[in-house]
Design a protein around this ligand. Structure first.
Ligand SMILES: *Cc1c(COP(=O)(O)O)cnc(C)c1O
Length: 235
């Protein structure tokens, strides 16, 4: 059966994703509980998010502030649902994101962090954040260079409503796995060093459908899957 078959339910796809994750986790000699799954629900209806929730999924990723707001508000009765904002943030959208997200996984500017912190202070809430790292050093990609991560996190420490939980990266797709693996290795080393320095750091968000196995091998604690769970996006 093809992955695009409409008769495959979201529950089926989630089960398959968990099976694949479990195999990769065991192959890496890690514990199943070490790696969580973000279901990337951008462009998907609230009904589909609800189906995933009913199948046990709790963490969802969104890329657009307005869409996050609509879904978070419509689905606010779902106990324990956790919204991750994983896209680029414009400064005029920080209020909406602060209001509706539990995590922002794509922080790469102090200015944005500062605004999120101010909104969260006013709301009396804490926000978990991940620093986005441009591990492939692509000019077109978001994220800060790996060598700047340490000082960047030091700058974020003044924002008392933000809790820095770790790092996120979206690598380039490589034909040559050895380049990818070098980048994953460097990111993981940086993550381990940060964990020694900051008690709050416990999350490395790395890996999508195509590179999930390698990401898990190189210490990812958070995989992001969209198409694999909800099917292809129509847009
Ligand atoms: C869309 C998106 C994903 C999921 O992509 P798929 O190819 O649908 O699995 C993961 N991470 C980020 C940051 C995304 O924007």
């Amino acid at each position: 059966m093809s992955e695009n078959n409409v008769n495959i339910t979201i529950a089926n796809r989630l089960a398959t994703a968990h099976d694949k994750m479990t195999i990769a986790i065991q192959k890496a000699g890690r514990q199943v509980n070490d790696v969580s799954l973000i279901a990337v629900s951008k462009t998907m209806s609230c009904d589909k998010v609800q189906q995933a929730y009913d199948a046990g999924q709790r963490k969802f990723g969104e890329n657009y502030a307005q869409e996050l707001q609509e879904k978070a508000q419509q689905l606010q009765s779902l106990q324990g649902i956790e919204w991750h904002f994983i896209g680029p943030i414009q400064s005029n959208k920080t209020a909406i994101v602060a209001q509706n997200a539990h995590w922002v996984d794509s922080i790469d500017r102090v200015k944005i962090a500062k605004r999120l912190d101010q909104h969260c202070q006013a709301l009396g809430k804490k926000l978990n954040i991940l620093v986005q790292v441009n591990i492939s050093q692509s000019p077109s990609k978001a994220g800060i260079p790996l060598q700047d991560v340490d000082s960047f996190i030091d700058e974020l420490r003044e924002f008392k409503s933000l809790t820095v939980r770790g790092l996120m990266a979206i690598p380039d797709a490589y034909e040559d796995k050895s380049i990818q693996n070098k980048e994953f290795q460097a990111l993981h080393t940086c993550f381990l060093q940060l964990q020694h320095k900051h008690i709050s750091i416990d999350t490395l968000s790395l890996g999508m459908t195509a590179d999930m196995e390698d990401a898990i091998l190189f210490g990812s604690t958070m995989i992001r899957l969209g198409t694999a769970i909800f099917g292809p996006r129509v847009s």
